[in-house]
Design a protein around this ligand. Structure first.
Ligand SMILES: CC(C)(COP(=O)(O)OP(=O)(O)OC[C@H]1O[C@@H](n2cnc3c(N)ncnc32)[C@H](O)[C@@H]1OP(=O)(O)O)[C@@H](O)C(=O)NCCC(=O)NCCS
Length: 393
């Protein structure tokens, strides 16, 4: 079967009739024996409803699925401002059709689709070498702490510490949305997390009740090196008591949590951690609409502008190929302006832009830029952002 002879149909969305064979194809491509692996992992996005099918893109050869790429839509909130995020996942080509450019063809199609559908940013978790040629770069570094379970003091399980119950979901939803960084999800999404994380641990979602009210929750799951906390909500003392109490016995080994700076749990972690690493894990980012992304971070940029007493600097413009120029105006307040006509802009590659906005260190280390206001960029970037483990795709 030479590539030229292949009669490939698509890209198109799968139909509801094809759904079962799509799941089979995905598991087969990843070498998973569980035919419902993908549906269990991100079940909110899987199913035969039109809104679930229209985000999946396939190529077929006769009756056989040859390749698939999925868009997993999120509305990420940054201090109350939305970023329309296209998560990319379930990227697969059937073993018999690999090396013929099919994944590349679908990624190119999905790229256009993301622009057409007005996404601001795309995020995925995968190999850098595979996705870098498609304009993605490692970004969104997070502090990942490990804790020795010996030093966490478990409380007895019972009425006040118990697995989540049907009536708890709206409270969990409220606790989650109190975080400055979260995705805009509904209760149905939250319910699917139970199915996602109960592999290797029968009860992944636990709550703490006080005076008949749920005041905190955690979502935990098994990883090779111990356990990990995928999500938490509530006051720090209650969250720590929950983590200490709900992991399976014996109470030894390591538990990992990625925590965003500034929250109470982060301050507790600085005092009690066993290890701390700053890592994007396998996260890759592509900026589709720089103006919208910077607008979402405007209050964060403003806070830095004030704390560095940066005044009367005029403006600073940034631009990505094919996108509008984005200007940071430094007046009384810092303002993000999209599409300003005058002034020169710093042209960035996708990779430079991701490292500037969401890199691991300051721009003067990350970017090879000449004749530019590196000191100014250093005081404003990288931005602080957090993506929950429970929202990985
Ligand atoms: C990864 C996968 C989707 C690639 O599909 P494919 O249709 O064979 O890919 P393409 O032929 O379109 O190759 C696109 C490019 O990626 C490169 N590539 C393919 N697989 C790669 C890998 N695992 N790592 C790095 N680069 C890879 C190809 O060499 C090609 O580069 P080129 O354009 O410079 O020649 C396929 O191997 C697969 O389904 N693997 C199992 C599931 C998986 O790992 N999915 C990705 C999870 S992040």
């Amino acid at each position: 079967m030479s590539p030229v002879n292949l009669k490939i149909e698509g890209p198109r969305n799968p139909s509801s009739k094809e759904y079962a064979s799509l799941l089979y194809f995905l598991s087969q491509s990843y070498g998973f024996s569980d035919l419902r692996w993908f549906e269990n992992d991100t079940s909110f996005f899987y199913g035969t409803r039109p809104d679930q099918l229209k985000t999946k893109w396939v190529l077929k050869h006769g009756d056989q699925f040859a390749s698939h790429v999925g868009i997993f839509p999120f509305n990420a909130m940054v201090d109350g401002r939305p970023i329309k995020v296209a998560g990319i996942g379930s990227v697969a080509t059937h073993p018999e059709y690999r090396g013929r450019g099919l994944m590349k063809k679908l990624m190119t199609h999905v790229d256009r689709q993301m622009v057409q559908e007005g996404y601001d940013l795309s995020i995925l978790w995968g190999e850098r070498s595979l996705y870098k040629p498609m304009g993605y770069e490692r970004g969104v570094f997070q502090d990942r702490f490990s804790f020795n379970r010996r030093f966490l003091k478990p409380l007895p399980l019972g009425k006040s510490i118990r697995p989540v119950k049907a009536g708890d979901w709206p409270t969990l939803q409220k606790l989650y949305t109190r975080h400055p960084f979260h995705t805009d999800r509904n209760v149905d999404y939250l319910k699917t997390l139970h199915r996602r994380f109960n592999r290797g641990i029968p009860e992944p979602i636990w709550v703490m009740e006080k005076a008949g009210k749920v005041v905190a929750y955690v979502i935990v799951f098994k990883i090779n090196e111990g356990y990990e906390v995928a999500e938490w909500g509530g006051d720090v003392k209650n969250v720590i008591d929950l983590i200490a109490s709900v992991l399976p016995k014996p109470s030894t080994g390591i538990v990992w949590i990625s925590i965003y700076p500034g929250c109470e749990l982060y301050r507790w972690a600085l005092d009690h951690h066993e290890g701390q690493v700053r890592t994007p894990t396998s996260c890759m980012v592509k900026i589709i609409n720089l103006g919208k992304v910077l607008k979402a971070f405007e209050s964060q940029l403003q806070a830095r502008y004030e704390s560095h007493s940066l005044r009367n600097l005029g403006s600073l413009s940034l631009q990505l190929p094919g996108q509008d120029k984005v200007t940071l105006n430094f007046g009384r307040n810092l303002q993000v302006e999209v599409g300003a006509k005058s002034g020169k802009a710093l042209m960035l590659t996708q990779s430079q832009c991701v490292r500037l906005l969401f890199g691991g260190t300051s721009p003067s280390y990350e970017l090879k830029l000449k004749d530019f206001e590196l000191e100014l960029l250093d005081s404003l970037f990288p931005l602080e952002w957090y993506w929950w483990r429970s929202d990985w795709i």
